[in-house]
Design a protein around this ligand. Structure first.
Ligand code: BGC
Length: 714
């Protein structure tokens, strides 16, 4: 037992360390520990001891960092260090929160922080130390299999979301791991693809969320990406890991490799990649599998024997190894792992955590179209047909390492039944099987059944979309279209019932042009986690007024998307030829009309904007709820740069605020701009430059629904 005084001193130091008040104490502790380590012990720390754990050191009392996948909840894991697999029948379950793209659609930073805090608490309750998230990669193409995990197409929005997530996780003493650095924007040949991206585009589009993670949130861990950027693997890319992350942004934490993304000893250590994962026996077994090699994974380059050999051959400097160990220990001390080990055994999926999941699902839903059929009322429309392959099956998330296994999941059908109440008459028909899933009946029979129930109902709710096997990690979607048979199902139902409402459960834009003109309403629900069904019921029946806004542009057709033609690349090489013109920047630039613009989303009420005031750096605007229902509006601020010889986007998001308003209520929303908001990255100067001239402030309800405009000069 420690004497009481020593113990409270330790507690104090540790608390100070967590909040960063006395970094010197941590540096001293790292130094002391490092001085006691043998070269062998140091070398051992550069690779994991298993699938999800770093190397412990019993002699010196260094614990393993116990990791868990995320970022949308704690992905279940089995045993101390086994391969995680959300599809396996294992006893560990945790709360499934809405996908990152859904959280982004809420534009609610406080909510993102609440979600992340709940996730961090579950990490601790399960006896883990580190969550492998958030994912902040940009949605460059609609087909990327992991679009659902991240925060959409805009670097400013992604940065705000990432910072909120990271700060909340770190405040719990849990280690986040912002990923995947950098430009992991396609799954096609993700282990081999070499992306050519110009410097300006990296800094303006693909880096900002990582930069903010480091500079604003002081993130403890960065995960490198699988792909190559400009000819070098991300795990051995000095431009990314040394020049940018450390020298330019001042990152002091450690870099962890993505699982199986290392290809050399010397290049990797020297570039500044500190911890190779996975490691140990699980890594050896896995890396020998034919499919691991076929996919192009690389592993086992930072094992102790390889590090020691490289040091004694003079290919790797001992100081570089020391530095990596120092970074790992620094994070461990900062997170409090030595002083407050996460013993586990706490509650998971508590009532409070479920509530956060439900609020998040509610706020993330985007109402895309409504001719007036919504909100439903069981009194006016007592007979409701609920149809479609995503109606009765809850699709909580996309596929891959982020998929959480929850204790329960509410499907849309259940949520609709609950929201409609006992007096409503709800009839269900599958209509069409999800592509790749079996149905008990032949397709024509399923369709006929659905059409029959739709034609005898007051409204038909068709719940369509994707599924984790069709949209997930490790593969891209083949097309932007809904999976086979769903467009035809919607068309058939719309022909049978004039009050057809389409609910889409998916992680990225889907083609809607075939049927959007023929349906009465479209609700985009993303992958909403375990509470999604409740949230859908809440929104359809008006218990919740929809307030989500698109964090990504919905093109009419895939061909309209700015990176079209420059994806997935040829001969393992892809040119990011659209440069900075990703998402709405590209649609604006080329004057292409999207199906739904970035920032778009309807409400059951209406909002009026007035009184825009600009006194740089302050901007304020008044927003009034001019309708009859309470509702939230996401007020967006875009800046249009002055005309100049520099090629710049028509406008860029530089601020947003989600404001809740009662009917008739007015609130003033304020923004503070800064130099960064005015700047572009000058590749010749290798730096950000704030351009002088007259800037136009565009404030609105979406990127193409600007309600107030003003100017200021700098
Ligand atoms: C994914 C990461 C994940 C890791 C561990 C990789 O395949 O790209 O996002 O954290 O596996 O499961």
């Amino acid at each position: 037992m420690l004497p009481k005084l020593a113990f409270s001193l330790l507690t104090l130091l540790c608390f100070a360390a967590v909040i960063g008040a006395q970094p010197l104490d941590i540096e001293q502790r790292v130094k002391d520990l490092l001085a006691q380590m043998t070269p062998q012990e140091k070398a051992a720390m550069l690779s994991g001891s298993g699938w999800m754990e770093s190397q412990p050191n019993a002699r010196l009392g260094i614990p393993a960092i116990k990791m868990a996948d995320g970022p949308l909840g704690v992905r279940n894991w089995r045993g101390s260090s086994a391969v995680t697999n959300a599809a396996a029948t294992v006893p560990v379950t945790s709360t499934a929160f809405p996908a990152g793209i859904a959280m982004a659609a809420s534009w609610d930073l406080e909510l993102v922080a609440r979600g992340a805090r709940a996730i961090a608490q579950e990490v601790k309750a399960l006896g883990r130390d580190m969550i492998l998230g958030p994912t902040v990669n940009i949605n460059r193409v609609p087909l990327w299999g992991r679009n659902f995990e991240g925060y959409g197409e805009d670097p400013y929005l992604a940065a705000r979301m990432g910072v909120a997530y990271i700060k909340a996780v770190q405040a719990e003493g849990v280690i986040p791991s912002v990923k995947h650095f950098a430009a992991n924007n396609e799954e096609f040949e993700r282990h081999r693809i070499d992306e050519t991206i110009d410097e300006r585009t990296l800094h303006e589009i693909y880096f900002p969320a990582f930069k903010a993670a480091v500079e604003e949130a002081g993130v403890w861990v960065v995960m490198s990406a699988y792909n190559k950027v400009n000819g070098q693997y991300c795990a051995e890319n000095p431009y990314l890991l040394t020049e940018t992350l450390r020298k330019r942004w001042g990152f002091r934490g450690f870099v962890v490799s993505d699982w199986g993304s290392t290809y050399s000893t010397e290049g990797t250590v020297t570039a500044g990649m500190d911890l190779e994962m996975p490691g140990g026996e699980p890594m050896r077994i896995w890396s020998n599998k034919p499919e691991t090699q076929r996919d192009g994974n690389g592993a086992g380059w930072l094992t102790a024997d390889k590090i020691l050999a490289a040091v004694s051959a003079g290919r790797v400097r001992q100081e570089a190894v020391d530095e990596s160990v120092r970074r790992i220990l620094r994070v461990m001390f900062t997170a409090g792992l030595f002083d407050h080990p996460h013993a586990g055994g706490g509650d998971i999926d508590t009532a409070e955590q479920r509530q956060v999941a439900r609020t998040a699902a509610n706020e993330s839903i985007v109402l895309l179209k409504n001719t007036g059929v919504l909100p439903l009322s069981a009194a006016r429309t007592p007979k409701i047909a609920v149809i479609g392959p995503n109606a009765a099956v809850a699709r909580t998330g996309g596929g891959g390492s982020s998929l959480v296994r929850p204790k329960y999941a509410i499907a849309a059908l259940d949520g609709i039944k609950e929201a409609a109440g006992a007096h409503a008459d709800i009839v269900y028909a599958l209509g069409v099987a999800m592509e790749g899933e079996d149905a008990a009946k032949p397709a024509p029979e399923l369709r006929a059944e659905a059409v029959a129930v739709a034609s005898h109902s007051d409204v038909a709710v068709v719940v369509v979309g994707n599924a984790p096997k069709l949209e997930g990690e490790g593969f891209d979607r083949k097309s932007m279209d809904l999976p086979a048979g769903q467009d035809e199902l919607i068309e058939a139902i719309a022909a049978a019932n004039k009050n057809t409402i389409v609910v889409v459960i998916a992680g990225a834009p889907v083609t809607m042009t075939k049927w959007i003109g023929r349906v009465s309403a479209v609700v985009f629900a993303w992958y909403g986690g375990q509470e999604a069904g409740h949230a859908i019921g809440d929104v359809l029946f008006g218990a919740v007024n929809p307030s989500g806004k698109l964090p990504v542009t919905f093109p009419k057709a895939l061909q309209d998307s700015p990176a079209y033609g420059h994806y997935p690349g040829e001969n393992l090489h892809v040119e990011y030829a659209e440069g900075i013109y990703v998402g709405y920047r590209g649609f604006d630039r080329h004057n292409v009309e999207p199906l739904f613009p970035f920032g778009y989303g309807l409400s059951y009420t209406t909002f009026e904007y007035s009184g825009l005031k600009i006194a740089f750096p302050s901007v304020s605007v008044s927003v009034r709820n001019s309708g009859t229902r309470a509702g939230a509006e996401v007020v967006q601020l875009y800046l249009q740069p002055p005309p100049s010889r520099v090629d710049r986007p028509v406008k860029e998001l530089k601020g947003f605020s989600r404001v809740m308003l009662q009917p008739g209520e007015t609130k003033t929303v304020s923004f503070t701009l800064d130099k960064a908001a005015l700047s572009y990255y000058d590749a010749a100067a290798h730096d950000w430059v704030a351009q002088p001239g007259r800037f136009t402030v565009l404030v609105g309800a979406s990127s193409r629904d600007i309600r107030a405009t003003g100017e200021f000069a700098r």
